[in-house]
Design a protein around this ligand. Structure first.
Ligand SMILES: *Cc1c(COP(=O)(O)O)cnc(C)c1O
Length: 469
């Protein structure tokens, strides 16, 4: 499988090289040159497979030529054995034909484990073969950091540095990062905000001289391997609800358009998906595009669903590429004008094309709390705020009551106690067994000033399993 850039100028890469890259050299994002396509009969024959076996069948074409089948199978079996539920991604019924797919049974209790548990293992496999080491530098406002650290903690060939804004992430989220020790794990609290952290990561990718020749790898959802891993659970859900003989709809709480883009790909690979609902919080750039063809940068609003607090949506470029007939030059122009002017619309027929599949809703904090309270009253289930936004959007936007609607349950509610409390749900939530003593564990973290040179010096000093690069 070959991968091409959405801006048309960077060289095509194979899977291995795409895995070890961030942005393409032309500023674009990598996508498969040709998407695999499965027949209805083929998909139907996968009913009842264990999650890792299904994962093998769905993802095999994407890694072909880079990872032999037997190795890929073993990696996938190990990856999904770390999940605490035997079904890996169980469905729970909320009401008639409405379901939550629980994607929070991984080590860090959020859906990012599906991709990052795999990413860490793939990196180690590929790097061992090439006899190379890499450095990961990532910024987090919460879930990405812990999932990336958990995913890479046992990697022999990866050193990981996660930047979070000092005293500005929740205690659960901080402890999920800082209580994991290893020579190759480095938590850095920056005396600044999340944007400062993200800027430092971007600047480090742009100029990697401080790494003395060691390669930098991205762990955010611009990394293709993360999107790839997320395609699988759309198949998993549909197969349990009568697919592919019947269509299924999904509602996806989204910020960077990563998770929902995976659903779009699942449909293009042959899975009958009749509708995808884009569920955002008040940071609604995606909703403004879907509802009114305006992709315009707004201001950042902190919300009760912090993992979706974004101003621009990086993976949206991957959808735009398809909407523009995969014309890289057109995307390069569009993104250049976005950078200059902060917004654009697309031609009406392209927008209409997107709307045949996508609907959207923006949900504010008050409505989020209402949704948590409503679902609790009706079912006794406590939803996390991101999932609650998905439920609210599903109910507002649903096109057909005959089609099963699956809401992606992106996080365990215990990670977001503020929202659950504000919703007035009087149910004490317990941490799962493997995190029971989280608040007693010792922490390790380095506080650094909001200064790129200081951070890069720290990485150079510790980037080789705690020793200088
Ligand atoms: C990361 C995250 C999201 C948003 O996912 P995208 O891929 O950016 O759309 C939603 N909910 C939770 C809990 C998350 O951690």
């Amino acid at each position: 499988m070959r991968y091409i850039s959405t801006r048309g100028k960077a060289p095509a890469l194979n899977f291995e090289d795409v895995l070890l890259t961030g942005l393409a050299s032309d500023g674009g994002l990598y996508v498969p040159e040709n998407l695999p396509h499965f027949t209805v009969e083929e998909i139907a024959s996968w009913a009842g497979l264990p999650y890792h076996e299904l994962a093998f069948r769905v993802m095999r074409p994407f890694v072909s030529g880079s990872i032999p089948d037997a190795d890929f199978k073993r990696i996938l079996a190990q990856t999904y054995a770390t999940f605490a539920h035997p079904a890996v991604a169980p469905l729970r019924q909320l009401e008639g034909n409405e379901w939550v797919m629980e994607l929070f049974h991984g080590p860090t209790l959020a859906f990012k484990d599906f991709a990052l548990q795999l990413l860490g293992r793939l990196l180690d496999y590929v790097l061992a073969k090439r006899n190379e080491r890499v450095v990961i530098i990532g910024a987090t406002s919460g879930d990405t950091g812990s999932a990336a650290i958990e995913g890479c903690r046992r990697c022999e060939n990866v050193d990981i540095f996660i930047l979070h804004p000092h005293q500005r992430v929740s205690e659960v989220q901080r402890r999920q990062m800082t209580t994991i020790f290893g020579e190759n794990i480095h938590n850095i609290a920056i005396e600044g905000n999340f944007d400062d952290c993200q800027e430092m990561v971007k600047a480090s990718f742009a100029d990697q001289g401080f790494l003395k020749g060691t390669r930098l790898v991205a762990v955010n959802s611009i990394n293709w391997a993360r999107i790839m891993a997320q395609i699988v659970y759309y198949f998993h859900a549909a197969l349990q609800l009568g697919g592919p003989a019947r269509s299924v709809a999904f509602s996806v709480p989204t910020g960077n358009f990563g998770d929902i883009f995976a659903g779009y790909l699942a449909r293009n690979m042959g899975l009958p998906i009749s509708q995808l609902v884009v569920a955002t919080n008040r940071n609604d750039i995606l909703h403004r595009f879907m509802s009114g063809n305006q992709y315009v940068k707004g201001t950042l609003h902190p919300t009760l669903s912090p993992s979706m607090d974004i101003m621009v949506s990086s993976n949206f470029e991957r959808l735009l590429f398809d909407l523009h007939g995969r014309n890289g030059e057109a995307i390069a122009q569009l993104m250049a004008s976005f950078k200059l002017g902060g917004g654009f619309s697309v031609e009406p027929d392209r927008w209409t094309e997107a709307r045949t599949l996508f609907d959207s809703l923006a949900v504010d904090d008050e409505q989020t709390c209402q949704a948590i309270a409503e679902v609790f009253a009706a079912t006794g289930e406590v939803l996390d705020p991101h999932t609650a936004i998905g439920v609210k959007a599903a109910r507002e936007c649903r096109r057909s009551l005959d089609t099963p609607m699956v809401v992606l349950g992106t996080a365990h509610p215990v990670k977001f106690p503020d929202a659950v409390e504000q919703a007035g749900v009087g149910k004490a939530l317990a941490l799962p067994a493997h995190l029971e003593d989280l608040f007693q564990r010792p922490e390790r973290c380095t506080v650094l000033p909001n200064d790129l040179a200081a951070v890069q010096a720290f990485v150079a000093e510790h980037g080789n399993r705690g020793k200088p690069l």
